[in-house]
Design a binder for this molecule. Structure first.
Ligand code: NAP
Length: 504
């Protein structure tokens, strides 16, 4: 299938545009023109989503499961064209786009089977106790209900699995919530072809077209208008700390504040405990280098900091990581903006006193190779800037004097998506001392692995205390993410016919 983007917004089944356009900046291949989103487009899309909610929010789980499976089929029907435009826009390799497409359709199908199973409804029942003294108890039932139209901001680094039909959209549609996507300006053509697939699924399933709309960007007023629209009831966002915080603050300052589920930055520290460091420090160093440089380091779970005890074994770890990173060839970053932020972050680390450069590298235009730095725990603890995420293949080794100093580092961490332990059995006491700290800092704790590669499953938590996410009770990956778009309602003494999702 050949695909040439027409550059329009999809608003409730109609492809529309205005006068203003912006041009895409693909990593390679032709640039295309796209309609700039306007506030009136936001209003039309959200109003249509609200109208559609009165049907879609009350549709059966079978109907929604069929819709999710049909979207997956429609994406697969456009597989080659999606890979072509996706690789052009993002510079990501073909194999990565193909794998991500599988993850995207797998996620949609997982949500279909998840809602059919019904456990997510968390149905509870306290039967009536009419003879209870001193007061009778009424009949009480509880079930989770969809909240209404949801706004989704896709991620630049996952143009498929975290974008137009990605995890946020799949979770909201599964819950029964219509979705309005703010297209990411880093991959507008990929967004368009995926929106086309969703529109085709809407038609095949005979749903109201307002169930899904996508408005292209090119204008920050679009995102601001979307999160402030009175009919939007929640926002799913993956992106930068600055952008996420600005939109979160707008949500909080609305006359009716709404939840903003933002996945923001994280440095995902690894703590390499002493016995593991002595036994296999070099292997861990090589593994770290591979995880750190994968996809030009543009993963939210990129392990940017490694904490080790200073000494010979720590030196061997650093040498192995440095050699492996030195072999990594230049990779294209997702956007000019991300490449420029990478250069700024690298400069800030390099210019901090007490930081030693282990691997001199480069970031030329949009191409980047890895950097590696080292500092002491004391210096790290005194320089907050060293704890900030640098989005890209940049590693910082923090050398502690002992495991007590490692705990000080753990205690001073901001909220993280992940914290990783490298440990042997004999490291158990040191690991146990870190665990209560990690549990307060991170959404996911790993042992003897690397945090890149996030399983989409029932148990996954991709979230954590701020700034990893703006809502530490939630995850944006896995089936638990549906909870973000549901609200518990209690039904007291209502006739059974009026209680939704009654148990068979
Ligand atoms: P971004 O600049 O925050 O953009 C994300 C989206 O929000 C885009 O659609 C953007 O619109 C919009 N936006 C940003 N600021 C806005 C504002 N003030 N008002 C209205 N809309 C606004 O992030 P990015 O460049 O796509 O991604 C890079 C960053 O994402 C990295 O810094 C990384 O830390 C973070 N990230 C986090 C995760 C995670 O799961 N935690 C995953 C991947 C990336 P435009 O398209 O118009 O610019």
């Amino acid at each position: 299938m050949n695909f040439t983007p027409h550059g329009k917004h999809l608003i409730a089944g109609n492809w529309t545009s205005g006068d203003a356009i912006f041009s895409s900046s693909p990593a390679h291949g032709p640039s295309h023109d796209y309609a700039v989103g306007r506030v009136e487009d936001v209003d039309a899309a959200v109003q249509a989503a609200e109208d559609a909610f009165w049907d879609y929010g009350y549709s059966s789980r079978e109907v929604r499961a069929e819709f999710l499976n049909t979207i997956a089929d429609e994406i697969e029907a456009r597989a080659a064209a999606i890979t072509e435009i996706g690789t052009q826009e993002t510079g990501l390799p073909e194999a990565r786009l193909q794998g991500e497409r599988g993850r995207t359709t797998g996620q949609l199908r997982l949500f279909a089977s998840h809602i059919l199973a019904g456990d997510y409804l968390d149905r509870r029942h306290d039967g009536a106790l009419p003879d209870r003294q001193p007061l009778p108890r009424p009949d009480l039932k509880m079930v989770q209900r969809p909240i209404g139209p949801v706004a989704v901001f896709g991620a630049s680094n996952f143009p498929l699995a975290f974008s137009t039909a990605g995890g946020d959209t799949a979770a909201a549609l599964a819950a029964g919530c219509p979705v309005v996507v703010k297209g990411h300006s880093a991959h507008p053509g990929t967004g368009e072809i995926i929106a086309e697939a969703i529109a085709a699924a809407i038609r095949k399933c005979n749903l109201q077209p307002g169930v899904f709309s996508m408005i292209q960007g090119g204008n920050r007023a679009v995102g601001a208008a979307l999160v402030q629209h009175p009919l939007i009831k929640a926002v799913g966002f993956t992106g930068s700390l600055a952008g996420g915080r600005a939109l979160f603050d707008l949500c909080a300052s609305r006359p009716e504040p709404i939840p903003f589920f933002g996945e923001l930055g994280s440095v995902n520290p690894m703590f390499i405990l002493n016995n593991a460091l002595h036994a296999r420090g070099e292997a861990i160093g090589k593994g770290w280098a591979a995880s750190l440089s994968m996809g030009a380091g543009q993963f939210c779970t990129n392990p940017g900091i490694a904490v080790v005890c200073a000494g010979e074994a720590g030196e061997a770890f650093a040498t192995a990581a440095c050699q492996a990173l030195g072999d990594v060839t230049a990779q294209t970053m997702l956007t000019d903006g991300i490449a420029s932020a990478y250069r700024d972050g690298q400069r800030q680390i390099a210019e901090t006193s007490g930081v030693q450069e282990l691997l001199v590298s480069m970031c030329d235009q949009r191409d980047a190779t890895p950097y590696l730095y080292r500092t002491t725990a004391k210096n790290w603890l005194n320089n907050h800037a060293l704890a900030e995420e640098v989005f890209g293949p940049l590693g910082l080794i923090v050398e502690a004097e002992n495991e007590a100093e490692m705990r000080k580092i753990a205690l001073s961490l901001q909220g993280q998506l992940t914290c990783t332990l490298h440990m042997d059995d004999s490291d158990l006491p040191a690991a146990a001392a870190l665990m209560p700290i990690f549990e307060r800092k991170a959404g996911r704790i790993l042992a003897n692995g690397f945090p890149t590669g996030v399983e989409v499953s029932d148990t996954m938590v991709h979230g954590g205390p701020y700034p990893a996410s703006t809502n530490f009770g939630a995850t944006s990956v896995g089936t638990l993410s549906i909870r973000r778009f549901l609200r518990p309602v209690c039904y007291q003494n209502l006739p059974a016919e009026l209680v939704p999702e009654r148990q068979a």
